[in-house]
Write a protein that binds this ligand. Structure first.
Ligand SMILES: [Zn+2]
Length: 303
């Protein structure tokens, strides 16, 4: 299982010539997901040659414009270009009325179904589960109802070694048992050990997206041992009061969370447009957590 993450927008508040507002594409489990949909998201998808008709699920962090204003336009284009397949949308409960009323007022009559799945605002919750894949919504601390997301992969079954099927003469029933990680006792008293018959299970993988938030325990807990944590880092430390008042984090805040959660890599984003050069944010974050990188439009991460 490979995760392919592409940053489509990583600026805060308004689109600028340098950054688009927040959006990301995540390809995993043979599925294309979108995380947030700031203005310009469909152009960004085209630029990165990501076929947006293949998006199956959209995860929205919260209803501030810089995270959702690209969504009605994207859905409208999907419709104009002949989409038939369903689209599932996760996010705050108010996402549905925003999307449906915008589509109605703009006379966008969809020929495909939208399924809205509101997150639980009171606790972290499993919102999607399929073949080793689990997605969690995580309530975070912003000015309004807001969520981060955790994407986990845990290989459910071991893969059988093809050479062992013949040499051990494995029966179908035995293969099923071995794939579950169980040893097989044969009638003749011999044992087939699953570790001899199977490949090692793929390593578990974890991606965590913070959304907009003050530093919070929910993300710290969710990000434990993550391969990548994407954490917002809107301000430098000298504006920590502004960050707190507006429900955001500083680069140092993000780095501390990464350090506490023992993540393998931190990506910071959601940059305030007051910083012409984000290297100052990177330097502050790296003073706490060295394995930090800056997000940027078009940047791609495989893990
Ligand atoms: Zn916000």
């Amino acid at each position: 299982m490979q995760f392919e993450l592409t940053i489509l927008g990583c600026g805060a508040a308004t689109p600028t010539l340098k950054h688009l507002p927040t959006a990301q594409a995540l390809i995993w489990n043979g599925q294309l997901s979108l995380i947030d949909a700031g203005e310009g998201v469909q152009i960004a998808l085209r630029k990165q040659r990501i076929p947006f008709q293949k998006i199956d699920r959209i995860y929205i962090s919260h209803m501030h414009g810089d995270h959702v204003l690209g969504l009605p336009g994207l859905i409208g284009s999907m419709n104009l270009l002949g989409r038939k397949r369903n689209l599932v949308l996760h996010g705050p409960a108010s996402l549905e009325s925003f999307v449906r009323s915008t589509l109605k007022l703009t006379e966008t009559h969809l020929k495909f179904a939208l399924h809205f799945e509101p997150n639980d605002p009171n606790q972290s919750d499993v919102i999607f589960k399929e073949k080793g894949v689990t997605v969690w919504s995580i309530p975070v601390k912003h000015r309004i109802e807001a969520y981060g997301y955790r994407f986990d992969y845990n290989a459910p079954l071991h893969n059988i070694r093809k050479d062992q099927i013949q040499s051990l003469n494995l029966l179908r029933s035995e293969i099923i048992q071995l794939k579950k990680g169980l040893d097989v006792m044969r009638k003749d008293g011999s044992t087939v050990l699953f570790k001899d018959a199977c490949h090692r299970k793929a390593n578990p993988k974890r991606y965590v997206y913070s959304g907009d938030t003050r530093p919070c325990d929910a993300i710290r807990d969710a990000a434990l041992n993550a391969d990548i944590l994407y954490h917002e880092a809107t301000f430098l430390q000298d504006r920590h009061k502004t960050a707190k008042d507006t429900g955001h984090s500083t680069a140092i805040d993000a780095a501390k969370i990464a350090l506490d959660s023992k993540v393998k890599s931190l990506i910071i984003g959601h940059f305030s447009s007051r910083y012409r050069d984000e290297d100052v944010l990177l330097a502050e974050a790296q003073s706490v957590f060295n394995l930090t990188q800056l997000a940027n439009e078009g940047k791609h991460f495989s893990f």
